[in-house]
Design a protein around this ligand. Structure first.
Ligand SMILES: [Zn+2]
Length: 68
């Protein structure tokens, strides 16, 4: 009888060690929560870049001819 235990992996989000389980849909994360949080982090950073682009496009310059 082979007593093979799955390897331990570290969750990229919380750093908790857990057993590698091929049935775990959230691997390499330890749980669905960690996966969602980590994905959310990425989404937020992308959103910040988009916001920055919008800000710069909103920049309005008053033409010199309007002043005189
Ligand atoms: Zn985790």
């Amino acid at each position: 009888m082979a007593n093979k235990s799955p390897p331990m992996v570290t969750c990229p989000h919380c750093g908790k060690e857990h057993q590698w389980d091929t049935n775990n849909r959230f691997r390499p994360f330890c749980s669905e929560r960690c996966k969602l949080i980590d994905l959310g982090k990425w989404a937020n950073e992308e959103y910040r870049v988009e916001q920055r682009e919008q800000e710069s496009s909103e920049e309005t310059s008053i033409p010199d001819s309007f002043r005189s």
